[in-house]
Design a protein around this ligand. Structure first.
Ligand code: GCV
Length: 829
């Protein structure tokens, strides 16, 4: 007969194992696929493993469950302790009630303490929260340290979040698609409804809570009206229920025209009494279903969304109507400052989209209700690879503000390229707007008056963000919203230790790669403040330099034969610079003071303009693209050095991604370099741009079945041309005339959707290696040959001598015509 204590203990273990096994069997998508892995580090833990709570609240119970789950896993499955040693969880009030004589300090909301106590008979770690959610944050903080192998036997930690709003926004549509999402379909919605299986949502909430995120806006800011229908709200209530145990409150994007679209009113004028009443009633209905509902996010008068301007009303009128409905329930309105005219006149040298947010919202400062927070993207345009900090952060002194950043990599490589964004966000958080000569760093501005940080996440069903390393961005977002004083390097290291390995060599290499990734991407996609030179009116992925020009979207760079860049100065340009405080404006108004990396955002200069180090703008454009592509190639080598040190599946997955990225960086490099060479007529001093001596163009081959086509934009293909196969099989052959030697042969092909074309390379009719045939089975944007889908395959180590016949055989499939651009002989080093 087992003693009751032991029996209870065993039953608890069995229960926990069942929960864990159940969770892992039923939830295909788990938090363990991200950073909550809690790998056994091969040594015993430095903390007690018996966990107890003083309170019964849902969040304190979650904290205990998370701790037990984490400790069990971290100790390699060894049974949790039973003895007197303990980790004790409770709020300040509960701790004070337990031991009236001890001095437990007062803690703010979400603030926690972790303290180790060593009595004669027992060891104790207390996790004390300023509220019950803080006990959960404390539990995750302890696990975070343990998972990195940090000794916590003498823990003495006190942390509080820097800002109250720490939300992710999802741009999920009711049909299950995700706007600008690159990781498959929604975990929330499908076919017009909330999904039956919300297992992944619970796992997501765990991930969010583990980094202190306390809000999740679950639907797209576009197409939002349907989310206020009664049936949908029932489903949203289920989502809220699943996220509640982790302290993540749900909010909704709303369409300002909902009173008309959903409510059947004849107007949605925000000052109309019937409209106000409709919102108040709708909000009451929401709170009856979701008592801890967080609030609304609003995109209005922007990119075709309806808004108050249709009635001559201001954003303050609209925001305050919603705020009045939410105020009795303590809900908030996140009103987005992303309001601009996307039909601007590109011929007007004074027109400037960058001005829009400040022009519209600055005059309204002081007119917003206290529960309105103005949500501003970190830069004045739209999540470009580099922009200056939005001047609006300095332009609203009486209004709460939140900064919106993008975790989903819309303009930064769509998770196919490694781009760790923490260094970009950190620069913005630390930027001092110098308002009234004061200490007005962005991180201080957004932390006051109930503001904070919003990360547009783009989480989907494919391993959260598709690429394992892209998850460092979600992690970093939460960590910076919690503590903007952390450095991107610290965050990268702690993420790597928890996610990949605590092996110092691995941590060093992965951290280095993460830190180098944003500058690398910038240098091959849009340096000097040009912004991402991508397909602005389409995919936002591959290169398309002119797509920014001659349209109303306002992402202009004004490149012409003589020069490049937008003149935004007060003296001669759009006067955007005047929106900054005088101290900041004096930096950007003059070319001498403007940092090179933003030169072309603020100034139009000739290509021969000398940068601060004396190099010309055009030569910098050439050099930067070659350096960036070389850096992308280096990532492959860096990663290969980790072979055998990390999980083999992760190794193989990321290796393929880095190989792809290295190839696509060449597509970017060649497109931009060719474009500016042709436009400026100024050659590359190093003779690289436009000279590809090892390349054999498809259009120069002896073609059987293949037809030559013009690629659009022309710069996305070598020589502007490619070949495409109209039949069942086509081939292109060249007679090799170069030096004899060993080569890696790169084949640049277009991997199109709607079929899986096949390619094979042969030399003198024979496949030279086992990797000389492959399928074009990836999924890229754009249904025709384009920089979006131009892909490089390298067939390794082939001996060639003059007179050899090199042939590419393409077999189309469905809508994929086995198109390709060129082959390139790369001497084996
Ligand atoms: C949700 C950019 C994106 C849009 C997005 C918009 C926004 O323009 O390309 O997809 O719409 O920003 O932030 O509202």
């Amino acid at each position: 007969m087992l003693r009751p204590g032991i029996r209870q203990y065993l039953l608890r273990i069995i229960f926990m194992m069942t929960v864990i096994i159940y969770a892992h069997n039923t939830v295909a998508q788990t938090a363990a696929q991200a950073w909550l892995k809690y790998r056994f580090l091969g040594k015993s833990l430095t903390v007690p493993t018996r966990v107890s709570t003083l309170g019964q609240s849902l969040l304190e119970q979650s904290a205990a469950i998370e701790l037990r789950r984490g400790l069990l896993s971290l100790s390699g499955g060894a049974p949790l302790e039973q003895g007197p040693n303990i980790i004790l969880l409770g709020t300040v009030q509960e701790m004070r009630a337990r031991e009236p004589k001890t001095t437990v300090p007062s803690l703010g909301p979400d603030e926690f303490l972790i303290t180790a106590r060593h009595g004669d008979l027992a060891r104790e770690i207390d996790i004390v929260g300023g509220n019950d959610r803080a006990t959960l944050y404390g539990a995750f903080a302890l696990l975070r340290k343990l998972a990195q192998g940090i000794d916590m036997s003498k823990a003495d930690i006190r942390e509080r979040p820097a800002m109250p709003i720490r939300w992710v926004d999802e741009w999920d549509n009711a049909d299950g698609s995700i706007e600008r999402g690159y990781a498959g379909r929604s975990i929330f919605f499908d076919n017009g409804h909330v999904r039956d299986d919300l297992g992944p949502v619970a796992e997501y909430a765990r991930l969010l809570a583990s980094i202190g995120i306390n809000g999740c806006n679950v639907n797209n800011v576009n197409n939002a009206a349907v989310f206020l229908t009664p049936a949908m709200l029932e489903g949203i209530a289920r989502i809220a229920q699943v996220m509640r145990p982790y302290g993540v409150h749900v909010s909704l994007s709303v369409d300002i025209a909902s009173p008309q679209k959903v409510g059947g009113l004849s107007t949605y004028d925000p000052l109309d009494p019937a409209v106000k009443n409709w919102w108040a009633t709708k909000v009451n209905e929401i709170y009856s279903l979701i008592p801890d509902f967080a609030g609304f996010t609003v995109k209005a008068d922007s990119e075709g969304q309806p808004g108050p301007a249709s009635f001559g009303r201001t954003p303050a009128d609209a925001a305050n109507t919603l705020a009045a409905a939410l105020a009795p329930h303590s809900g908030v309105v996140l009103y987005r400052a992303f309001v601009y005219n996307h039909h601007a006149d590109w011929r007007d040298p004074k027109a400037d989209r960058a001005r829009a947010a400040y022009d519209i919202f600055h005059p309204l400062d002081g007119k917003f209700a206290p529960n309105v927070i103005i949500q501003t993207k970190e830069g004045p345009i739209d999540f470009q690879v580099r922009e200056p900090v939005s001047p609006l952060f300095g332009g609203l002194t009486q209004t709460s503000q939140a900064m919106e950043v993008q975790i989903t990599q819309e303009y930064t490589g769509q998770q196919r390229h490694l781009v760790y964004l923490a260094p970009m966000w950190k620069q913005v958080l630390d930027f001092d707007l110098r308002v009234d000569g004061g200490n007005t760093q962005v991180q201080k501005v957004i932390a006051r008056k109930g503001g904070g940080m919003i990360g547009v996440a783009g989480i989907g069903q494919q391993a959260w963000l598709a690429s394992p390393l892209a998850l460092a961005n979600l992690y970093a977002f939460g960590r910076l919203a919690w503590n903007p004083d952390l450095t991107p390097g610290q965050i990268a290291e702690e993420w790597t230790r928890q996610t990949i390995s605590t092996d110092p060599a691995v941590v060093r290499t992965v951290t280095k790669m993460l830190i180098q990734s944003w500058p690398a991407y910038e240098s091959y996609t849009g340096p000097l403040g040009l912004q991402t030179l991508t397909d602005i009116t389409g995919s936002h992925y591959g290169p398309n330099i002119e797509s920014s020009e001659n349209n109303g979207w306002g992402q202009w760079h004004r490149a012409d034969h003589d020069g490049v860049g937008m003149d935004r100065t007060v003296a001669t340009g759009t006067a955007y610079v005047g929106q900054y405080s005088p101290d900041v404006a004096q930096i950007y108004e003059s070319t001498a003071n403007t940092p090179d990396d933003l030169l072309l955002f603020f100034h139009h200069v000739p290509y021969t303009w000398k940068l601060h180090d004396g190099k010309t703008v055009i030569q910098y454009l050439y050099d930067s693209h070659y350096q960036g592509a070389a850096q992308a190639a280096q990532f492959v080598g860096d990663w290969e050095a980790l072979k055998g040190r990390i999980d083999p599946e992760l190794y193989a997955d990321m290796l393929a991604r880095f190989q792809y990225q290295a190839g696509h960086a060449i597509v970017w490099r060649d497109a931009i370099v060719q474009y500016f060479l042709r436009l400026s007529g100024i050659p590359d001093a190093q003779g690289r741009a436009g000279h590809y001596p090892n390349r054999l163009e498809a259009e120069t081959a002896d073609l059987t079945g293949y037809k030559v086509i013009d690629v659009s934009p022309w710069e996305d293909a070598s020589g502007g041309k490619a070949v495409t196969c109209g039949g069942t099989s086509c081939s292109a052959a060249w007679t090799y005339n170069g030096q004899p030697g060993r080569f890696n042969i790169a084949v640049q092909y277009f991997d199109l959707q709607g079929g899986v074309a096949k390619f094979a390379l042969s030399v003198n009719g024979q496949p030279p290696t086992s990797d000389a045939s492959w399928s074009a089975d990836a999924t890229f944007p754009t249904p025709r040959p384009h920089g979006d889908n131009s892909t490089r395959r390298i067939v390794h180590d082939i001996s060639l001598k003059p007179g050899d016949t090199v042939r590419i055989e393409g077999t189309p499939d469905g809508k994929d015509p086995a198109a390709f651009d060129y082959i390139e002989m790369l001497p084996v080093p």
